[in-house]
Design a protein around this ligand. Structure first.
Ligand code: ADP
Length: 306
């Protein structure tokens, strides 16, 4: 299978600090990669290096076998335009922006009309983009993607600044566009569920190092079951689990997720919580989520898997 994006021993230093250190990974044509990891892990730096915006200190990246550095415009032209949104002209309307892209890429202008409803912007078509919210601009960027039909789409934290309803909508739009275009797709996100849904492979970064690269299902696959408690007060419940040496974290929806090892009995854990004045509303056993596995993985200090 052809390799669309190849990153080899890529390092980037800002002053005395390595934002990226010896990163090697590749994405096949039409494949999808999600970059995850805490803030400052190096995800944006990697994307910026791929897009010709940050020059590596060491190593290089290739797009369709063409080196990005030292002449990024050559490699980027080869991918038929890429999407690094939101890159649109703020003083033009959405329709004007899209018509311009249609003209530039030699496509009929009706494509501009067709793209707007797909990203839920039809009723805002004639408003200037400067008046748009962040989320609307991002969706317009995706409409540009539909027109440009790039072979590479790069999205850096596409959810940033969106309210929860818009986030869900944005996820749907990205999914639709990815399926529609079949482009190679790379995104970074701190929302692990998005990456899991949209990407075949994940790259986990921490402090500039690539800690894991592969299919999400393989990340910490041995920890395959977790317990979810809906319990109050949350901090007291968490304290109980920690006192028992049980690894646990608070989930995005305010519950507790913990992993019990084989010699720990759930009933006695619950009994201790109740004894300490914790109210347990629900307890659920489930296949451990990628979020839980990722957090444990980072805490356990695993090294890179290639
Ligand atoms: P992430 O996208 O994972 O949050 P970044 O790639 O933005 O992380 O940042 C990685 C590290 O590089 C951080 O320590 C950040 O402070 C540093 N960094 C990023 N860009 C610059 C820059 N232009 N100048 C100096 N340091 C930078």
């Amino acid at each position: 299978m052809a390799i669309a994006v190849d990153v080899m021993d890529l390092s980037k230093r800002y002053g005395y600090r390595w934002a990226l250190k010896d990163v090697t990974l590749s994405v096949p044509s039409g494949g999808s990669l999600g970059l995850v990891g805490p803030n400052g892990a190096g995800k944006s730096t990697l994307l910026r290096t791929l897009l010709g915006l940050a020059r590596p200190s060491k190593g290089n990246a290739w797009l369709n076998q063409i080196p990005v550095w030292p002449r990024p415009e050559r490699a980027l032209a080869e991918v038929g335009g890429f999407v690094d949104f939101p890159r649109v002209y703020p003083h033009m309307t959405a329709l004007e922006n899209l018509s311009l892209w249609a003209d530039l890429t030699g496509q009929p202008r009706r494509r501009a009309f067709e793209a707007l409803p797909l990203v839920h912007l039809k009723e805002h078509a004639n408003r200037r983009v400067v008046e748009y919210s962040h989320g609307m601009r991002q969706r317009l960027g995706l409409a540009v993607a539909l027109l440009k039909r790039p072979s590479l789409i790069v999205l850096d934290e596409p959810r940033d600044g969106l309210d929860p309803a818009r986030q869900e909508e944005m996820r749907g739009v990205i999914e639709m566009i990815r399926n529609e275009l079949g482009s190679t797709f790379i995104m970074s996100s701190h929302v692990i569920q998005d990456v899991e849904r949209l990407c075949e492979q994940i790259a986990v970064f921490d402090a500039g190092q690539l800690r894991f690269f592969g299919r999400p299902a393989l990340l910490g696959a041995s920890q395959d079951e977790e317990i979810i408690w809906e319990a109050r007060p949350l901090t007291r419940a968490l304290g109980c689990l920690q006192d028992l040496g049980i690894w646990a974290h608070v989930t995005r929806d305010g519950r507790l997720a913990g992993c019990l090892n084989a010699n720990r009995d759930l009933a006695s854990v619950n009994a201790l919580m109740v004894k300490r004045g914790v109210l347990i509303h629900t307890v659920e056993r489930r296949q451990s989520s990628l979020e839980t596995r990722l957090l444990r993985y980072l805490e356990d200090g695993h090294v890179q898997v290639r």
